[in-house]
Structures are given as structure tokens and as C-alpha cells.
Design a protein around this ligand. Structure first.
Ligand code: NAD
Length: 334
């Protein structure tokens, strides 16, 4: 699937964080871009003037067929999701997103779409491989025997398999990445769906602003993760679409950090040290998770490269700007 010729491309979920960045990048490359999202336009992180923007519910089959008309490629980044605070308490809502990928796959098959991308997640990996903070990085084959995150992880694993089955039975040209936590500007930073990097940036900004130097951490702060900056996510997707690799592949940065370590970096950016209060009753997810990048290295000859300090600086500054704008009474997307 060459990225060089101009194509008509659907970005499903393009009102969201990753989809908004992807739509901008595809437009900059000269493609015709159709963006579809269920949220009203004023809730989109980025609205690109040059794209055809549609507010539609992609759980509905007809909507998928309509917005995909004439498209050469489809990127499915649409789903009902959030950080641990959201997915642990909204399992059924997460499962319903299976309708989005199912109907998009059917429309792509019936309309002769040449390339289909599905955004899976590291939440497909079994809990039993992630119960130690000192983790063995997860390789793709570790997804089985399956015991993913209840709700969200099962939906992702099922949808991955459906992509695989569509490829085998109908010849659909699918690509699947298992994203490990992605962060960056123009994403959820408040309101309950935000993930750790954005949540901690916001809490530190609040502490700087209010002078209240206590900070609440979910769990004991020793749980570990890896975090990938949005630029690496876009770069990875472009490389995967160019490649002929069709099985699910990790896309994550292999720089393991504890939540305490993440906060250390953010405190360094803000030039502040806060008093940490650990709330063990809050959702923490798995104990440790990292991405094994051997397969992406051997298939794409590349792996995510932006280090945390660089990516967090940019993310912190963007959230700080949103925080200031909201304080001035301006309407900002959360
Ligand atoms: P996001 O929540 O910012 O974007 C998802 C978008 O999908 C939202 O704008 C939402 O309104 C839209 N959507 C939800 N239901 C819809 C529907 N019925 N019809 C149309 N649009 C609908 O999330 P994101 O961080 O941009 O994630 C994009 C994809 O990547 C998702 O599939 C997510 O599971 C996956 N992923 C993200 C991360 C991460 O760290 N951000 C990690 C792993 C996987």
C-alpha cells in the first residue's frame, strides 16, 4: 500500500486524539481525507478544514457504508475508551465498540477498499503475564492463551481476530497494531477518561497554580508502564501500511517507567516537588507492562524513538495552555 499516491482515506474516530493527528498528517501528505466521529464537532480535538468531517455513529452499519464511499483506505481508530478509571467501570460500553470494527470491515470488504488498519491495544495481553512491576516485555505471541483485560481487552482481541478472519476468508488487506499507551498534545487531559501522563501533568499544573502541593497517586506508584509519543505512533502506522506484514504487531516504546518515575520527570519539567499521597483503592490496572520490540524491529526495521522527557515536555506545555485558557473562561476540549 504505497503512501506516495494521493488516495481517499477514511479516518474513523478522527475527532479523537490519535485520529485527529492522523487526519492532519494524511492531509499534509496530499491525501483526500474523510473524518468520522460520533462526537459533536465542538468536542473534536482537531477539526481539519481540508477534510470532509462527518458526525456519525459508526456502530451503525449504514453509517459505515455511507462515510466509506469511494475510499481507498480506512483507519479504524474509533472506540469507546479511556484510562483505567474509565475502562474498569464501563466494560459493556467498551464491548459495544465491536460493532464499529465489524461494520467497518464489512463495508470495506463490500466496497473494495484496498487497505484497512485496526487499532488494537496492549490490553489484549493476559493479566497473568503482567503481575510483576519488574516485567518481561510482552511479545506478540504472549496474547495466547487469552486472558485479556475484561471488557476493553476482549473487544480488542476479538476484533483483531475478526480482521485476521476477514483477511483469510475474504482477502481483506488488513494491518493491526497493538498500541501501548500513547500520549501527546490534543488528547484527553481531564474529565475522567485521561491516562496517566496527561492526568499527572494536569495535577502538577494544578499544584503549581493553586499552591496546594499535595498530589494523589492511584496505587502505590510502583506499577510500571511504557509510554509512546504521538509522533512515533503516526510514524509506525505509515511504516506498517507500507509493509506487507498482516499479523498483529506491538507499537510501543520499550522505555519502562514506574508511575513514580513518570511523576519525577513531570515534576522536573514544572520545577516543583510535591507531597505524594497514594490511594490504594483507585484502579491501577496490571502491575507492569512493557513492549517487546523484537518483531517490529525485524519486520519494519524501526521502533518508537522519542524519549519520555522530550514527549512529556511538549505534552505538559500543551495541557498547561489548555488549563490557562479554561481558567480565562475560554471553551476548551477536555
Ligand atoms: P480517543 O478516545 O481520543 O478517540 C476515539 C474516538 O472514537 C473518539 O473521538 C470517540 O468519540 C470516537 N468514537 C467512539 N465511539 C464511536 C462511534 N460509535 N462512532 C464514531 N466514533 C466513535 O482515543 P485514542 O487515544 O485516539 O485511541 C484511538 C484508538 O487507539 C482506539 O481504538 C484505542 O482503543 C486505541 N488505543 C489507544 C491507546 C492510547 O494510549 N491512546 C492505547 C491503545 C490503543
Amino acid at each position: 500500500m504505497s503512501q506516495n499516491q494521493p488516495k481517499k482515506i477514511l479516518v474513523a474516530g478522527g475527532g479523537g486524539f490519535i485520529g485527529g493527528h492522523l487526519a492532519g498528517s494524511l492531509l499534509a501528505q496530499g491525501h483526500e481525507v474523510v473524518v468520522a466521529d460520533v462526537k459533536q464537532l465542538d468536542k473534536w480535538y482537531q477539526v481539519h478544514e481540508g477534510a470532509q468531517n462527518h458526525v456519525v455513529n459508526l456502530e451503525e452499519k449504514e453509517a459505515c457504508y455511507t462515510v466509506m464511499e469511494g475510499c481507498d483506505e480506512v483507519y479504524n481508530l474509533a472506540c469507546n475508551m479511556g484510562g483505567m478509571g474509565f475502562i474498569e467501570f464501563n466494560r459493556a460500553l467498551c464491548m459495544i465498540s465491536v460493532l464499529i470494527n465489524t461494520h467497518l470491515l464489512m463495508a470495506a470488504r463490500d466496497q473494495g477498499v484496498k487497505g484497512f488498519f485496526y487499532a488494537s491495544s496492549a490490553c489484549v495481553y493476559p493479566d497473568y503475564r503482567q503481575d510483576d512491576a519488574d516485567v518481561m516485555a510482552l511479545k506478540e505471541s504472549d496474547a495466547y492463551p487469552a486472558q485479556p483485560e475484561d471488557g476493553y481487552g476482549w473487544e480488542k482481541l476479538f476484533s483483531e481476530r475478526m480482521c485476521q478472519n476477514f483477511r483469510e476468508d475474504f482477502g481483506s488487506n488488513v494491518r493491526v497494531f497493538r498500541f501501548h499507551n500513547v500520549y501527546g498534545p490534543f488528547g484527553t487531559w481531564t474529565g475522567g477518561r485521561e491516562k496517566a501522563p496527561a492526568a499527572l501533568c494536569r495535577k502538577v499544573i494544578e499544584a503549581v497554580d493553586t499552591g496546594n502541593h499535595d498530589i494523589e497517586i492511584w496505587g502505590d506508584g510502583e506499577q510500571t508502564r511504557s509510554f509512546m509519543y504521538i509522533d512515533d505512533c503516526l510514524s509506525g502506522m505509515a511504516r506498517l501500511m507500507e509493509s506487507s506484514y498482516t499479523d498483529p504487531l506491538n507499537l510501543g516504546r520499550a522505555e519502562l517507567v514506574s508511575i513514580n518515575g513518570l511523576l519525577d520527570i513531570i515534576e522536573g519539567i514544572a520545577g516543583i516537588t510535591l507531597k505524594r499521597n497514594y490511594d490504594l483503592s483507585k484502579p491501577q490496572g496490571v502491575r507492569g507492562r512493557n513492549s517487546d520490540n523484537a518483531l517490529i524491529q525485524s519486520t519494519l526495521g524501526w521502533e518508537p524513538e522519542v524519549n519520555l522527557a522530550t514527549g512529556l515536555e511538549k505534552t505538559y506545555r500543551w495541557i498547561e495552555e489548555q488549563y490557562e485558557r479554561r481558567k480565562r473562561g475560554e471553551i476548551v476540549v477536555d
